[in-house]
Write a protein that binds this ligand. Structure first.
Ligand code: BTN
Length: 241
């Protein structure tokens, strides 16, 4: 992909903007501030103006990535952010399935992937960069505590992290388009695998067990104490112990 980056001082939600655009693949919209940031599972995403990296990218995978494998795009985005944070900011980061980027079990970045009816895929990334302790959003009930690159000891700016995220996302997107896999890399950076987890599924159902793998469509496989394996395509994972 050739990325074409536009930066705006403020918008409602960069995801909403790109979902409603007919721009080309590779369009990137960075907002210094969002007034109606969206999170996963219908939540909102709040970030203090100018202290986060909030942006979305528009992809048009078409036939190159069949629908059954598109579930890897959110995971590939998580890999791109976690590895950029490691290399550019020097902050040890890992992932909670599907793509919460964690440092020290606290959330550094969130990712929301949405598809338009025309098949466009919008990947939205919100990374806490220079947010201070008192500016961190208060986690909702049961939600993870947040952190930022600054709180993790890094002085990098949003503009320094962005090219690394885009480069890493482009490389992984190219791999998926070419029929390749990011499964092994995902397992290496995902703190969920091998853990005891509780998964809150949409519709209030909860399952628990051990997270054992990610299947060929990117779903999380959870084995219950009784030995039954369930695959999870959407939900909130809580790491236990
Ligand atoms: C989550 O953890 O729930 C996902 C948060 C995603 C936030 C980003 S910020 C840029 C983009 N625009 C949005 O409205 N949301 C995403």
């Amino acid at each position: 992909v050739k990325w074409r980056v536009t930066v705006v001082p403020e918008t409602g939600s960069t995801n909403a903007d790109l979902l409603g655009s007919d721009g080309p693949e590779g369009t990137v919209l960075v907002a210094r501030s969002q007034t109606a940031g969206r999170g996963r599972l219908g939540r909102t995403w709040i970030s203090p103006p100018g202290k986060s990296l909030t942006f979305s990218v528009l992809l048009r995978p078409g036939d190159a990535i069949p629908p059954a494998r598109r579930g890897w795009l959110p995971l590939a985005a998580g890999l791109a952010v976690a590895s950029a944070v490691r290399t550019v900011a020097g902050v040890p980061a890992d992932l909670k399935w599907p793509n919460d980027v964690l440092h020290d079990s606290r959330k550094l970045a969130g990712i929301l992937v949405e598809q338009s009816p025309s098949g466009a895929v919008v990947i939205g990334i919100g990374l806490n960069v220079s947010v201070s302790e008192s500016e961190l959003p208060v986690p909702g009930p049961g939600a993870l505590e947040a952190t930022s690159l600054a709180l993790a000891g890094s002085g990098v700016s949003a503009d320094e992290v962005l090219p690394a995220v885009l480069g890493g996302l482009g490389a992984r997107y190219a791999a998926l388009r070419g029929g390749g896999s990011v499964h092994d890399e995902y397992l290496s950076l995902c703190a969920t695998l091998g853990r005891s987890v509780r998964v809150e599924l949409p519709g209030d159902r909860v399952i628990s067990g051990e997270a054992i793998d990610v299947d060929p469509s990117g779903q999380l496989l959870v084995r219950s104490a009784a030995g039954a394996v369930e695959s999870v395509s959407a939900g909130d994972v809580v790491h236990l112990r």
